[in-house]
Design a protein around this ligand. Structure first.
Ligand SMILES: Cc1cc2nc3c(=O)[nH]c(=O)nc-3n(C[C@H](O)[C@H](O)[C@H](O)COP(=O)(O)OP(=O)(O)OC[C@H]3O[C@@H](n4cnc5c(N)ncnc54)[C@H](O)[C@@H]3O)c2cc1C
Ligand code: SF4
Length: 520
């Protein structure tokens, strides 16, 4: 078998392919699955609706990067626009544009999935050899504090001054030049994304990858997927060219990520007894912005290298959060730093002196926290999907308390001013001003909320009435359809999700492969 990567401009005619497995999506889940199936000698066709972009295209230009490598040109949001959603859309998916932080799944989350959702056979000991393999293959290594940029160092120092728990992050990089551009695609191939590691190996082993092909619908008959119908897109416009690619596979694996995977199932009439699109989790984030006298230059250096889980467990009924810093590239900052007019202009002018802390809230583990939903706006394979995520008292309480903690940390590290993410920011000039945060408005669109970690929508579980896939990642009502990506997580994680998705996909590949040999 000869592997190859095709792009939309080469696909000028309708065609139909046959193979063992059709993998839809080339991100964390799809990238691992494609390689693991190809290593087993299986004939794999991978479809990716994003373009095939490599380091030559990663030219450090934000305006181009979000528009080209992100879902909906970087403008994806919940239906009420209260949560901005950043998600990759390119060969390599989120792994090509993410910030390289790597964490194994916390054991207590896997235990929660077992106890609350009936997930079987997925514990830390089972996943450990899969993570060991991935950590070796993707060079996932500790990034020592001595190499931290000033932005991360502020978090480290502030946590230390207050006696809070802190740690350094592992990163999947090799010979990283600390350019700080991870979110724009790595121009040196230092980032060990699936784009530069697992996908090239899978192609060498025979996998056929079709970029600029959007799977619109799965055709089913008698509980089996018989074909994947894809639109070929023009790489320049992202619009359908009118040409179609159809894949007839023994087994289909949907790896489009949270939001897109449930969207594809729904467009195909697969509702999972009403569960597809439910339990969507976003790790909602609030940003605390600080100004320092010295230059921080939070746009350069490895972007995310320090974290704290000090506040992850706040007890029953209260949402916890993970603390990290984001890279403050100018365009991203224009969105993440709030305010309007002269105030915002002032913030942007002071960007070299800015530091930001993000509080990433752990959703989906508190009783009654069902997260959001993905649904279709209309019928048919061209209907767009609609994302709803109700923000309730559970979230607002956590955001308010998280902003207080973040301000305390920033002042402890020497901040001159701290600003909240409200449309009219709360301005704090010393610790004494932190109680002002209590009087700020906590409501959609008045307090900015963001997400870069989408999970759920095709939740895994032990009961077909309450979950979409079983504990082998198989869609309950089909014997040749699997979902292998972050959408299968029945809750969020409380750590950045990439390594969890990679690990679950590596483990789950055995079940997908077994379904090929079992299929008639
Ligand atoms: C800016 C940013 C920073 C991040 N930083 C980190 C970090 O530091 N550490 C970390 O652990 N995580 C990070 N993440 C999150 C992480 O990248 C994602 O959680 C992870 O990539 C999700 O994996 P996935 O397989 O579920 O989906 P994805 O990686 O999103 O892959 C899905 C792929 O499927 C394609 N697709 C979707 N629908 C279709 C269709 N119908 N037909 C064909 N193709 C389709 C998409 O275009 C996409 O390429 C970050 C994300 C972003 C956006
Ligand atoms: S910080 Fe390292 S991994 Fe990120 S873009 Fe720069 S060189 Fe690549």
């Amino acid at each position: 078998m000869t592997g190859r990567i095709w792009t939309g401009d080469e696909l000028t005619e309708d065609s139909t392919l046959t193979c063992d497995v059709c993998v839809v999506g080339s991100g964390a889940g799809g990238g691992v699955l494609g390689l693991e199936l190809a290593r087993r000698g299986l004939d794999v066709v991978m479809l990716e609706e994003g373009g095939y972009h490599t380091r030559r295209d990663f030219d450090l230009k934000e305006a181009k990067a979000y528009a080209t490598f992100y879902q909906e040109g970087g403008n994806r949001a919940t239906d009420d626009l209260s949560i901005g959603i950043y998600q990759g859309r390119t060969v390599g998916g989120g792994t090509a544009v993410n910030w390289c932080a790597c964490f194994r799944t916390p054991p207590e989350i896997l235990e929660h999935w077992r106890d609350a959702h009936g997930v079987k056979g997925l514990d830390s000991a089972t996943l450990a050899p899969h993570w060991d393999w991935l950590e070796e293959r993707l060079n996932i290594r500790d990034w020592p504090i001595e190499q931290a940029n000033r932005n991360n160092r502020i978090l480290w120092d502030g946590l230390g001054a207050l006696g809070y728990g802190r740690g350094t992050v592992k990163r999947n990089v090799r010979a990283c030049a600390s350019l700080g551009a991870c979110g724009l695609g790595c121009p040196t191939d230092a980032k060990q994304s699936t784009l530069v590691t697992l996908i090239p190996e899978a192609v060498e082993r025979g996998m056929r990858l079709y970029a600029n092909v959007s799977a619109r619908r799965l055709e089913t008959k008698g509980g089996r997927v018989t074909a994947v119908h894809g639109d070929i897109l023009d790489p320049r416009t992202n619009r359908p060219t009118g040409k179609k690619l159809t894949v007839k596979a023994k087994v289909t694996a949907v790896c489009g990520g949270a939001l897109n995977s449930p969207g594809l199932l729904l467009r195909s009439g697969l509702t999972g007894r009403g569960r597809v699109g439910k339990r969507l989790f976003l790790h909602p984030v609030v940003v605390s912005n600080a100004r320092f006298r010295e230059r921080v230059e939070a746009y350069s250096g490895a972007p995310l290298t320090v974290y704290s889980r000090q506040f992850i467990d706040r007890g029953q009924g209260r949402m916890g959060w993970l603390l990290e810093v984001p890279p403050l590239l100018p365009l991203l900052s224009a969105v993440a730093l709030n305010g309007f007019g002269a105030g915002h202009q002032d913030l942007m002018a002071g960007l070299p002196h800015a530091n930001a802390l993000i509080s990433i809230c752990l959703d989906g583990v508190q009783p009654g926290d069902e997260g959001g939903t993905v649904a279709l706006r209309g019928a048919g394979e061209y209907s767009r999907f609609k994302v709803d995520y109700p923000l309730g008292e559970l979230h607002w309480e956590a955001f308010r308390e998280a902003l207080k903690v973040a301000a305390r940390i920033q002042f402890a590290a020497g901040a001159e001013v701290v600003l909240s993410p409200h449309s009219k920011p709360v301005v704090m000039r010393s610790e004494q001003d932190i109680p002002l945060l209590d009087d700020a408005p906590y409501a959609p669109l008045e307090c900015s909320v963001l997400s870069a970690h989408q999970m759920g929508g095709c939740a895994m579980g032990g009961n077909p009435e309450t979950s979409v896939v079983d504990s082998t990642l198989r869609y309950w009502d089909s014997d040749n359809l699997f979902v292998v990506d972050g959408s299968v997580f029945p809750s969020a994680l409380g750590v950045n999700p990439m390594e969890s998705i990679l690990g679950v996909a590596h483990w789950g590949s055995q079940h997908v492969a077994a379904a090929v040999s079992g299929s008639g």
